[in-house]
Design a protein around this ligand. Structure first.
Ligand code: GSH
Length: 237
């Protein structure tokens, strides 16, 4: 078995920030699968042309190529069933709902909070590409988007309500042990952490303690990459 993944990087090759790539790295680590990563900037589409795909992550497992983080996770669960992150097709299906809640509600305010920080960590060609594509997508400049980060943080606080209340009732989003629901949300926080020291969470937020517990649990994976320590101080909503 040789699992290899193309991993989105910033100007420094070791700065890896894509939430979807983080998700695959976290799932592989949970499953105790060695995963070799190759850094790739946004604008190097030629290196993944073999996969007929323009986004990262792209995984190769021997002769098999798998694109899209969700398909990659399904592949890993099917091929390497030990240490499951979901454990069944039904559990995987339920995690899809969590994934979509995060993508629809959490990732928007989170991205807007750090979007200029992402830009500022990119190599020049990537920075120009990122600005052009994201400003067209959002209809605003990166400066204006991130300039409203205090209100995005309030929106993020609201979007995290179901997660916060869940964590008041149980240790992990997946229940009694870490599973895919936890890794889905944690990957989004790793996205921010890899590029920004903006304070996203109040220190007395149960989500803060949960995130800290995952840092401890994930160990070197989350600390070896270039990243910022979260220095979240209190904020009120
Ligand atoms: N549905 C895809 C989304 C992947 C995705 O959006 N990746 C971004 C990086 S976070 C990307 O590669 N974007 C390429 C681009 O903007 O050119 C997945 O889950 O893998």
């Amino acid at each position: 078995m040789a699992l290899k993944m193309y991993d989105l990087c910033g100007q420094e090759p070791e700065r890896r920030f894509s939430p979807y790539c983080w998700l695959v790295k976290l799932v592989a680590a949970h499953k105790q699968l060695p995963l070799e990563t190759t850094p790739l900037p946004f604008t190097d589409k030629a290196s993944i042309a073999f996969a007929d795909w323009k986004q990262l992550p792209v995984l190769t497992d021997g002769d098999t190529t798998v694109v899209d983080s969700w398909q990659i996770i399904q592949h890993l669960e099917a091929q390497y069933p030990a240490h499951p992150v979901a454990g069944s097709a039904d559990a995987m299906g339920q995690a899809m709902l969590i994934k979509l809640c995060i993508e629809f509600n959490v990732m928007g305010p989170l991205l807007r909070s750090v979007i200029l920080d992402i830009h500022d960590h990119l190599a020049p060609a990537d920075a120009a590409y990122f600005r052009e594509t994201r400003e067209a997508r959002f209809g605003a400049t990166l400066e204006d988007l991130q300039g409203g980060r205090e209100s995005h943080r309030v929106a993020l606080y609201g979007a995290l309500a179901p997660f916060r209340v869940t964590l008041k009732r149980q240790a992990w989003l997946s229940g009694g042990s870490v599973g895919l629901a936890d890794l889905l949300l944690f990957a989004s926080f790793m996205w921010a952490r890899s590029v920004s020291d903006f304070q996203l969470l109040n220190a007395d937020d149960p989500v803060y303690a949960w995130r800290d517990a995952l840092f401890t649990q994930c160990g070197a994976l989350t600390t070896d990459s270039v990243g910022y320590e979260f220095s979240d101080a209190g904020y009120s909503v």
